[in-house]
Design a binder for this molecule. Structure first.
Ligand code: AMP
Ligand code: ZN
Length: 133
């Protein structure tokens, strides 16, 4: 069984930020910044691409509520919402989860760098629009 399913079942302890019938939110053990929280469906899906649309919509609605609560109560100035999808994107626990990472200042421990590529935008667009999945 995956580690998050073990947490959901109560076999591994966690710091619960929120829980209902379908969703669990816990403090991330790494606390990248103060209040770093993981929001997950209780049902095991490997990643968000696997989730039925209505369940994904409910999950993200709860992410929005919790992000507001965390920002307000911890006096953060903003947050990053992050879903790592598959190993290539840094997903290490293969049970869908959304990171809420509160941000306090630009020089904190989190950094995302979007480097530039000289790709042809029309080619990229044509490739994306090739098929509707
Ligand atoms: P990801 O790399 O997107 O799959 O994120 C997995 C996250 O789970 C990491 O940020 C870990 O710090 C966190 N994590 C792993 N094990 C636990 C645990 N037992 N309790 C809380 N967070 C955990
Ligand atoms: Zn699981």
């Amino acid at each position: 069984m995956c580690i998050f399913c073990e947490i959901i079942k109560g076999n591994i302890p966690s710091k619960k930020v929120y829980e209902d019938e379908d969703i669990l939110a816990i403090l991330d053990i790494s606390q990248t910044t103060k209040g770093h929280t993981l929001v997950m469906p209780k049902k095991h899906y490997e990643n968000f691409l696997e989730m039925p649309k209505d369940e994904y919509a409910s999950l993200m609605a709860k992410v929005q509520d919790l992000a507001k609560q965390i920002i307000n109560n911890l006096e953060a100035k903003g947050c990053n919402i992050l879903i790592n999808t598959n190993e290539v994107a840094g997903q290490s626990v293969m049970h869908c989860h959304v990171h809420i990472i509160p941000r306090y200042d630009e020089n904190d421990t989190v950094s995302f760098r979007f480097s530039e590529n000289d790709l042809d935008l029309d080619e990229v667009l044509a490739a994306i629009k090739k098929e509707n999945c």
